[in-house]
Design a protein around this ligand. Sequence first.
Ligand code: PPE
Length: 322
Amino acid sequence: MGMESKFIWMDGELIEFEKATIHFLTPALHYGAAVFEGIRAYATDKGPAVFRLKEHAERLIDSAQVFGFRELPYDAAEIAEAIRQTVRANGFGDCYIRPLLYLTGGGWNLNVDGGKASLAIAVWEWGNYLGEEALEKGIRANVSSFTRHQPNVMMTKAKIAGNYPNSILAKTESVRLGFDEAIMLNPQGFVAECTGENIFVVREGRIFTPPLADILEGITRESLITIATDLGFKVIETLISRDQLYVADEVFVSGTAAEVIGLSEIDFRKIGGGKTGPVTRSIQKVFHDVIRGKDPAYDGWLDYVEISLPVKVAVDSSAKLL
Ligand code: PPE
């Protein structure tokens, strides 16, 4: 995967990609003591636009609060500006943005207060996360043998790096079994979420999705609930059992990396027509228009990166036409 870029933003400076390294003895690396975000920017007619930048910056701060960082070097507005700066500096249109707030300079006694938080932001060109064909054909998933977090063991509202080995266990198992993604059940046996996506079930024209108590508050999830409601669908947050997935007309997943993807098959059972269904398609279509700046009704969700650029220096007047 080409994750190269020109610069990675580290604690206020744009560092050349090759030089953006951290020391082996950084506690974040040993204990997963870091919080992160996954954000996307899209090329639009008005230049690159970051999708729901404010919400992502605020969720990063919330993750840090949940994790227990008491003092942060930046607030949400400063993080948002640093993200714009990083996108601009790298000159990407479509890109994935990964800010990471990590424990450094101490914290070896398993105490957040022993160290401090550092912030770094990388951007890279990340195409279809679940494969090129996934949009129309949908993907195949299984219910994982691994259980999703119990909410008083790991903090599910926070994107804490150390939460993610749970996802890695599940995803690796699913891919080795020949599936594309894992669906994870909560400790009570109800459907929670996928390894990096929230999940929705469509039955008889109504849309169901698990309640937020023990899952990540997905920003795409919230965006799709708004879009689906605006399209006239009723969206109901309720407990969902494994067998309710099997008899669904459609199942789809949502996330920043994955965007909106239908599930064609779960546990060797074909879901609905065995490809991305019509309700998913209609929501997917609006979502794709929105992120590309083609739907004025949702323009407030886009943060245009160029707009906050300082006034460009005029072209050198000596470079006149000969
Ligand atoms: N649940 C989990 C566990 C999760 O990690 C994500 C995002 C979501 C739901 C969807 O949230 P949102 O992106 O706000 O709609 N997963 C991120 C990381 C994926 C990765 O492979 O890394 C993402 O999509 O950026």
